[in-house]
Write a protein that binds this ligand. Structure first.
Ligand SMILES: Cc1cc2nc3c(=O)[nH]c(=O)nc-3n(C[C@H](O)[C@H](O)[C@H](O)COP(=O)(O)OP(=O)(O)OC[C@H]3O[C@@H](n4cnc5c(N)ncnc54)[C@H](O)[C@@H]3O)c2cc1C
Length: 412
C-alpha cells in the first residue's frame, strides 16, 4: 500500500471536503424530524429547506444514507403509468429529474434510453393500448409499436422469445436510468448546505404523542422534542407504524436484482417483459442490470436466493440466447413495501404531526424528486399537496383504490 494513502487513512484530518457535515450530537429539539435517509427522506429535507425555508430539520438514518432501497434499485425512471393520478404524479417527477445534476452540481448520470414494455399476449397488447391512451391524454410520450420497431432499437433480441413471441410493445421515449446513490448524496448535500442535519447510524426506537399529537422521538442517540415527524422508511414502515399503533395494508416482499460482468455497449434501451417477469438495461459501466418480479413470499429480509438468478437467467436466455456465456457478477435484495393497489401511501395520518411517505414497493426511485417536493409542501402547510390526494391512506377505507398494478409490477 502506498505510504501516502496509509498516512491519509490514519490521519484525522481529511483535506477533501466531505459530502455533508456529520454533527457529533443531536440537538434537544427540531421543527421536523425525518426518519429514513433514503432518497425520499433526503429529498423532503432538501425541499423543506429550499422551498419553505424550514431548516431546523434532522434526517435520522439507522445505517448510512442511500443504504436502503435507494442504493439497491435498478434505477428505471419513467412516467407511463396507468391511472390519471399516477401518470400525472410520475410525469412531474420526470420533469424534476431533468435539472437535478445541474442543481446539485453533481453528475447523476441521468441517461435517456427509451423504455419498452414488451407484449407477448393479446391481453398485454390491450393494456399497452390502454396505457398509451391515458398517457397521451396527459401529454406523456407513449405509443404502441410493432415487433420491427423493437428489433430496430434492440437488434440482438430474439423476437420469438422461446414460446412467447413478441407481438408489440408500449414504447415510452422519455424512459431513463440514473446513478442511484448519487441521488441520495445530491439531496443530502443540498439539504445539509441549507442547514439540515444528517445523522447516520442513528435509529428511531419510538415516537411519543400527547393528546393525539406528536411530541417527541426516542433514538439510539437520545431524545428529541418535535411536533412534526415524517416516516420515509420503505421496507421498515410497518415497524415504525407499530410504534404508533397505526394499522397498515403494507406488506413486505423481498425484491431481488443482479448484474452481469461488464460488456461492451450493445443495449441502448430499457426492456421490460411482464409476461416473462424480467427486465434488463445496460449500465454506463457495461454491466447488464437485470431484475424480475417480487419474491412470492412475505418476509422482512434482504437475503438473496439461488432460485432468483436461475429463474431470471432461463427467461433472459429466451430473449437473448447469446448471453449464455456471460457471468453474473453479483446479486442482492431489498425489502419492497407493497400496497394492495400498487400505489404509494402519502400524506397526513390520524396522529397530528405524523406524516407518511411509504408503499413505494418496486417503483419509488423514479418518484424521489416529486415525493420529496410534495411531502415538503404537505408538512410545511399541514395539508396534502394536490398531486398526492389520491394516495391518502383513507382510500383503503373508502374503497377508492388507485389501481396501478397493470403498470407498476415487474415494470417498476
Ligand atoms: C431490487 C430493487 C429494484 C428496484 N428497481 C426500481 C426501479 O427500477 N425504478 C424505481 O422507480 N424503483 C425501483 N425500486 C424501488 C425503489 O428502490 C424504492 O421504492 C425507493 O428507493 C424507496 O426510497 P425510500 O427513500 O423511500 O426508501 P429507502 O431508500 O429504503 O430508505 C429508507 C431508509 O430508512 C432507514 N430506516 C428504516 N428504519 C429506520 C429507523 N427506525 N430509524 C432510522 N432509519 C430507519 C433505512 O435504513 C433506509 O435507509 C427497486 C427496489 C428494489 C429493492
Amino acid at each position: 500500500m502506498p505510504w501516502r494513502l496509509l498516512r491519509f487513512g490514519l490521519s484525522k484530518k481529511h483535506p477533501e471536503p466531505r459530502m455533508f457535515d456529520a454533527p457529533d450530537a443531536l440537538k434537544p429539539s427540531y421543527d421536523v424530524v425525518i426518519i429514513g435517509g433514503g432518497g425520499h427522506g433526503l429529498a423532503c429535507a432538501y425541499y423543506l429547506a429550499r422551498d419553505f425555508g424550514i431548516t431546523n430539520v434532522c434526517v435520522l438514518e439507522k445505517g448510512y444514507i442511500g443504504g436502503g432501497n435507494t442504493g439497491r434499485n435498478t434505477t428505471i425512471i419513467r412516467s407511463n403509468y396507468l391511472t390519471p393520478e399516477g401518470a400525472q404524479f410520475y410525469d412531474k417527477s420526470l420533469e424534476l429529474w431533468q435539472d437535478l445534476s445541474t442543481e446539485f452540481d453533481l453528475n447523476l448520470f441521468y441517461s435517456n434510453r427509451g423504455h419498452f414494455t414488451l407484449a407477448h399476449t393479446d391481453a398485454a397488447m390491450r393494456t399497452s393500448r390502454w396505457r398509451a391512451e391515458v398517457n397521451k391524454h396527459y401529454g406523456i410520450d407513449s405509443e404502441v409499436v410493432g415487433p420491427e420497431f423493437v428489433k430496430k432499437h434492440a437488434p440482438m433480441i430474439n423476437l420469438q422469445c422461446g414460446h412467447h413471441p413478441i407481438m408489440g410493445a408500449l414504447y415510452h421515449a422519455p424512459g431513463s436510468v440514473a446513478r442511484h446513490d448519487a441521488v441520495a448524496w445530491g439531496y443530502g448535500r443540498g439539504a445539509n448546505m441549507r442547514g439540515v442535519e444528517i445523522h447516520q447510524r442513528t435509529e428511531v426506537l419510538g415516537i411519543d404523542t400527547k393528546g393525539g399529537k406528536v411530541c417527541g422521538v426516542k433514538t439510539s442517540k437520545g431524545y428529541i422534542e418535535t411536533t412534526k415527524v415524517l416516516s420515509a422508511t420503505a421496507g421498515s414502515t410497518p415497524r415504525i407504524l407499530k410504534m404508533l399503533d397505526i394499522d397498515t395494508p403494507i406488506f413486505i416482499h423481498p425484491l431481488q436484482a443482479m448484474v452481469s460482468e461488464p460488456l461492451k455497449p450493445w443495449l441502448d434501451t430499457i426492456l421490460v417483459s411482464g409476461s416473462l417477469h424480467i427486465y434488463i438495461s445496460q449500465s454506463s459501466r457495461g454491466e447488464l442490470v437485470m431484475g424480475a418480479s417480487l419474491d412470492p413470499y412475505e418476509v422482512h429480509s434482504t437475503r438473496s436466493t439461488l432460485d432468483f438468478p436461475e429463474g431470471l437467467s432461463a427467461q433472459m436466455l429466451d430473449m437473448f440466447p447469446f448471453l449464455s456465456e456471460v457471468k453474473v457478477m453479483r446479486q442482492w435484495a431489498g425489502m419492497a413495501d407493497m400496497t394492495p393497489d400498487f400505489a404509494p401511501i402519502m400524506g397526513k395520518t390520524r396522529i397530528d404531526g405524523f406524516y407518511l411517505d411509504a408503499g413505494w414497493g418496486t417503483y419509488g426511485f423514479k418518484a424521489t424528486p416529486v415525493s420529496g417536493k410534495t411531502m415538503a409542501y404537505t408538512i410545511a402547510n399541514d395539508k396534502p399537496h394536490e398531486l398526492i390526494t389520491a394516495f391518502s391512506s383513507e382510500r383503503f377505507k373508502n374503497y377508492e383504490l388507485t389501481g396501478e398494478k397493470g403498470a407498476a409490477s415487474v415494470g417498476h
